[in-house]
Design a protein around this ligand. Structure first.
Ligand code: ATP
Ligand code: ATP
Ligand code: MG
Ligand code: MG
Ligand code: MG
Ligand code: MG
Length: 269
């Protein structure tokens, strides 16, 4: 046996299973807050939408995009966030468990780390957790449909929650009565209740709440002033312009064509 002998225990490594993500596919990691219905209650989230909580989710997702490799777009709403890795990514040899756990732990630690920036004196009562899953999408169409599905979910939930809490907060209904009132109603009925009974045009509600949050990379030219020493010992100020990537948050429709026409670099051919 060689002098660099492996221990007799080392064979256990072979029990690890291969979880390499299929090449050429977009890798989506979706996180979702664990039992956030209760977490929201305990931390006095405002209903139907707590902007501190949404801001903290977005801040944490921003940290994930900055710290991890190869994420091209992220989309979030409520207590969930989806991260899309570029199809050619070879980060951690595309091992699903590595990608998913790095996303989940970076996100969770950021959520705690930045808590105070968003919630101020409201104390964090216990450590929150997030589950993660990995889904592969082989085509641009499939990936777009995935993101559309999440944004449609945001829309459906937000329309329901907006009417529900308006009926309770402004209409004086109990939560049971509001639930009853909305049973079997369609989107048009909900819009109509808001408009005719409360003078609210749903389309004028906050885009953050209606559309969720999309994070993309944006190229920005940044000009910095540098002092350089010339060969003759003289000092001189020079302006250097370099292109930097920055994460940008949008609250727009990503279901239709417009967004993708405006940002043709996000999806690869
Ligand atoms: P699970 O562990 O199965 O995900 P959950 O309680 O987290 O259970 P979800 O379906 O993920 O269930 O729903 C998240 C819940 O968290 C929402 O229904 C809402 O009550 C609450 N919530 C999340 N974000 C906000 C927010 N920004 N403002 C108000 N409430 C929120
Ligand atoms: P990777 O991201 O690949 O895991 P890594 O730098 O975390 O890279 P590891 O093989 O996991 O590499 O090794 C962890 C390293 O962290 C150790 O080699 C050591 O330098 C440092 N470290 C961890 N825990 C301690 C500790 N309790 N005291 C001192 N050093 C530590
Ligand atoms: Mg759930
Ligand atoms: Mg949840
Ligand atoms: Mg959820
Ligand atoms: Mg390590």
């Amino acid at each position: 046996s060689s002098t660099m002998a492996k221990s007799k225990f080392e064979y256990v490594r072979n029990f690890e299973t291969d979880d390499t993500c299929l090449r050429n596919c977009y890798i989506v990691v979706r996180l979702d807050g664990r039992n956030f219905h209760k977490f929201a209650e305990k931390h006095k989230f405002t209903k139907p939408n707590d902007n501190r909580a949404l801001g903290l989710m977005t801040r944490s997702a921003h940290s994930v995009m900055e710290e991890l490799e190869d994420i091209i777009i992220a989309y979030g709403q409520s207590d969930e966030f989806s991260f899309v890795f570029k199809r050619t990514s070879n980060w951690f040899k595309r091992r699903a468990s590595k990608l998913m756990t790095h996303v989940a732990s970076q996100f969770s630690s950021s959520y705690v780390f930045y808590w105070k920036e968003f919630f101020g004196e409201e104390p964090l009562l216990y450590p929150p957790g997030f589950d993660g899953r990995v889904v592969l999408y082989p085509s641009n169409r499939n990936l777009r449909d995935y993101l559309s599905w999440r944004q449609a979910d945001c829309h459906v939930n937000n329309l329901y929650n907006t009417v529900f809490w308006t009926l309770v907060q402004k209409g004086g209904l109990t939560t049971a009565q509001a639930e009853d009132r909305l049973k079997g109603t369609l989107a048009a009925d909900k819009n109509e209740i808001l408009f005719s009974e409360f003078d609210i045009n749903y389309n004028n509600e906050s885009a953050l709440h209606r559309k969720g949050t999309t994070l993309i990379w944006e190229k920005q030219d940044e000009t910095v002033t540098k002092r350089v020493k010339l060969p003759n010992e003289e000092e001189k100020e020079v302006h250097v312009t370099r292109s930097r990537k920055r994460v940008r948050a949008l609250h727009c429709d990503i279901i239709g064509e417009q967004f993708w026409e405006d940002h043709p670099d996000i999806l690869e051919d």
